[in-house]
Every structure is written in C-alpha cells, then in structure tokens.
Design a binder for this molecule. Structure first.
Ligand code: GAR
Length: 219
C-alpha cells in the first residue's frame, strides 16, 4: 500500500528524518504528506521543509481543551488525506477525538521497553533503576500514556559508564530502524491485532541483526 503519512512532532524530528529517508530510499512505499508540530520553531519543521513537505504549526496553547486541539489536528490531517498518523516525538496526550478519527491508524514511538517506564525522562529512569537492558517500542496509540498494542521493540544494553545522554543516543539509533520497519509492516498489511497482541503475518524471515529486535529488522 502506498500510504499518505501525517507525522506529528514536538522536537528535533530525528525519527521523522528516518521515515523520510526510508521513504526516499524506497524501504517503505508510503510518503510523508504533512508534518504538524504543536511547538513553533522546532527543528522537525525545518527537516520537513528541506524535503518540500508541508510543515504546519498547531500550537496547543491556543486551544481551551485537548479535544479542541485534537479537532484542529484531525482537520489538518484530513486536509492532506492522511491514511496513517505517525507520532514521532509528539509529546501530547491524545484524546478520543483523534483516536476515533483514525482507529488503529495511529502509531507512537517511545524510548523504553514498555510497559516499563511510560511517560517522560525514561532513559534516565531505566539507568537509575539499574536496568541492564533498555530499548524502544513502537505501538498503536490508545487513550492511555504509552499503553497501546505493541508492534515492535528494539533492545540495547546499558553499560556501566552510561550517562542519560549516551544511553538516549544508543536507543535513538535503534528507534530510527524500528519505526520505518513498523510502517513497512503496516503498509504490507502484515499487522494483525488480536486483543493486545500484534502478530506479524506472514512473519519476517530470520536474519542477522546487530541488535535485538522483535520482530526482526528487514534489510
Ligand atoms: C524520541 O526518543 C522518542 O522516542 C521520544 O522523544 C524523542 C523524539 O526525538 N518520545 C517520547 O518520549 C514519547 N513518549 P526526535 O524528535 O529526534 O524524533
């Protein structure tokens, strides 16, 4: 499927960049049709512009309720005929207004191995907890904070000399691999949602990978 992706951002947009690159290289067939930020001036908007992708700011501060803000987002996504919504560092809790407009068509990425460490500053929390492994998760969004059905997870080690910065960087490099992979599986219609479980059907053929992911990364 050749999907039109609407990407929601709040920051640097390195995940957005990995998706744009995957699209331009043909790893995914889908194209980013619009990028929407809730914060003005973020670098993600510049990244979009460099690739001639419409870059739009919808500032949440100008809306009385979360629902009103989500209605504006939905209107903009519809204006660009979005098929699949990609939250890429979009630091907002979404409401049923957005979820009902795109049922099981909204993905989110989170820099932890859910259900451990939902919320913010999670790399620091994993480090301080003394975890030996950390990672990232792409999941379908629901009305909770980082709670929807899990599509793919990638694992990295936590090293004794790690800081929040070094660990975040290691996790981010895996994020950039698993998000395009999740989109590819979606556009190939290979994600079957059974309750909380997302089954990849047909499954990926086993391949060597430099880090551990489930499902594995296709090269
Ligand atoms: C990423 O690490 C992403 O997983 C995280 O924000 C960062 C955005 O980076 N998202 C969350 O914490 C959501 N709960 P980016 O703007 O460079 O893609």
């Amino acid at each position: 499927m050749n999907l039109r992706l609407g990407v929601l951002v709040s920051g640097s947009g390195s995940n957005l960049q990995s998706i744009i690159d995957a699209s331009e290289k043909g790893f995914i067939k889908s194209k980013v049709c619009v990028v929407i930020s809730n914060i003005p001036g973020v670098y993600a908007l510049e990244r979009a512009k460099k690739h001639n992708i419409p870059a739009i700011v919808i500032n949440h501060k100008y809306f009385k309720t979360r629902e009103d803000f989500d209605r504006a987002i939905v209107n903009k996504l519809r204006e660009y005929n979005t098929d699949l919504v990609i939250m890429a560092g979009f630091l907002r809790i979404i409401t049923n207004v957005l979820l009902d407009a795109y049922p099981m068509k909204i993905m989110n990425i989170h820099p932890a191995l859910l259900p451990s460490f939902p919320g913010l500053h999670v790399q620091k929390k994993a480090l301080e907890y003394g975890c030996k492994f950390a990672g990232c998760t792409v999941h379908f969004a629901d009305s909770g904070v980082d709670t929807g059905p899990i599509i793919i997870q990638g694992v990295v080690p936590i090293l004794d000399n790690d800081t929040e910065e070094t660990l975040s960087k290691r996790i981010l490099s895996v994020e950039h691999k698993i998000y395009p992979q999740a989109i590819k599986l979606y556009e190939e219609n290979r994600l079957k949602i059974i309750g909380r479980r997302v089954i990849v059907d047909p499954p990926l053929s086993p391949e060597e990978s430099i880090f551990l992911t489930n499902p594995m990364i296709e090269k």
